[in-house]
Design a protein around this ligand. Structure first.
Ligand code: SAM
Length: 297
């Protein structure tokens, strides 16, 4: 992102404003601009956010998987750049309890987490908005069910799943998280769990830089105006939405869930790897990821 516009810790790991390359996707659609998009803070509704992010992830999936594929692993379930593994955290429940469960992974990307779940005997379905991300899931393989859909309109019957999970998928990008949570609740069976990770809200108050310049507050934590990158015509080409911690708790409750835990992973000594604005330097001082563990009673 540009230096003068404060925004989120970007999942692409690019601290600069993203270049929206002129590409043709696999469906033959030609997508947008040659010019560097402008980074700004302005309102962006559900439809604009969804459309912008779908095409952004289609254009950038190759680079994302190239840059982060080794860290993500083909069948690792990692909750964020700190490297907290579900293998150790067991936020979905003990590993031995996963066998035979129907699990929905939302914003699955290349479905690395779903592959980890399948290896433990669960029956995951990997859902993502981006066609290109799901092509990477196909490339890696594993024979998982893949569904191209928006998290705000889940194409499943009520009570189809025992668990739902998302590692940085969908939730940071949607204008109406309560609508997503309500959908997730609908497709979960009573007694189910919904566990999702997002950029820790406090990061929105700091520059998205891994070094010392990322340690000084530069924007209001309380400013909920979305971070938007837009083309020359003012059309959004990338959107992220900020909610404070309190907003997220209220959204979880409004979506019909009970909050069981809020995990803020600490940066472990073994992890020397930077991911965009996430770094050992900052990770040792301020949280970078928030993981919400929610129960569907
Ligand atoms: C940061 S990536 C995370 C992918 C994967 N969970 C991982 O850890 O690599 C965010 C993913 O969310 C997907 N996404 C964004 N908005 C979405 C939406 N409204 N519905 C479903 N998926 C969405 C993107 O296409 C992208 O694959």
């Amino acid at each position: 992102m540009s230096q003068d516009v404060q925004g989120p810790a970007h999942p692409s790991g690019e601290p600069e404003t993203h270049r929206a390359a002129d590409t043709t996707d696999t469906a033959g659609r030609t997508d947008t601009p040659d010019a560097e998009p402008e980074a700004t803070r302005r309102d962006a509704g559900t439809t604009e956010s969804s459309r912008a992010n779908r095409s952004w992830w289609d254009r950038n999936a190759d680079e994302y998987q190239h840059d982060h594929g080794v860290f993500l692993g083909d069948d690792r379930f990692v909750w964020g750049p700190e490297g907290l593994d579900e293998e150790d955290a067991a936020l979905l429940g003990p590993q031995e309890s996963l066998k035979g469960l129907d699990v929905l992974e939302i914003g699955a990307g290349a479905a690395q987490c779903s592959r980890w779940l399948a290896a433990r005997g669960a029956r995951p379905v990997a859902l993502d908005l981006s066609h290109r991300q799901l092509q990477h899931a196909l490339r890696i393989g594993g024979g998982l069910p893949l569904v191209e859909a928006d998290a705000g309109a889940l194409p499943f019957r009520d009570g189809s799943f025992d668990l739902a999970c998302s590692a940085y998928g969908a939730v940071p990008f949607v204008a109406d998280p309560v609508a997503v949570f309500t959908e997730v609740r609908r497709v979960l069976r009573p007694g189910g769990r919904w566990v999702f990770s997002v950029t820790h809200p406090i990061r929105w108050a700091f520059p998205d830089e891994p070094g010392p310049e990322g340690l000084s507050v530069s924007a209001s934590y309380f400013d909920r105006t979305p971070y938007v990158e837009q083309d020359e015509e003012g059309r959004a080409v990338y959107v992220e939405h900020h909610r404070t911690i309190g907003d997220r708790v209220r959204d979880v409750v409004a979506g019909g869930f009970r909050l069981v835990d809020l995990v803020e992973p600490e940066w472990p000594a073994w992890n020397a790897q930077e991911w965009g604005g996430w770094s050992p330097l900052r990770g040792n001082l301020i949280p970078g990821t928030a993981i919400f563990v929610c129960a569907r009673d």
